[in-house]
Design a protein around this ligand. Sequence first.
Ligand SMILES: [Zn+2]
Length: 75
Amino acid sequence: MKADFQPLSYGMPNCPACEKHGLVLTDKNHVACILCDYKRDLSKDINKPKKNDSDGSWFIFLLIVGFVLFVMISS
Ligand SMILES: [Zn+2]
């Protein structure tokens, strides 16, 4: 069975601009609202969070420190 309908706004959050259920995916990386002129580039949002990378390395660092402490305590 092949879905030949456009999923349109199914599963999408409400539009942050008009707060109605008008968000649609215009292509893989772009979201637009059919009820107002809200647009958003999702690919930019994915590239933006560099802060999370440093948070991730801090988490790994703490994990290693915790592991070293665990080895020191248990030996
Ligand atoms: Zn809208």
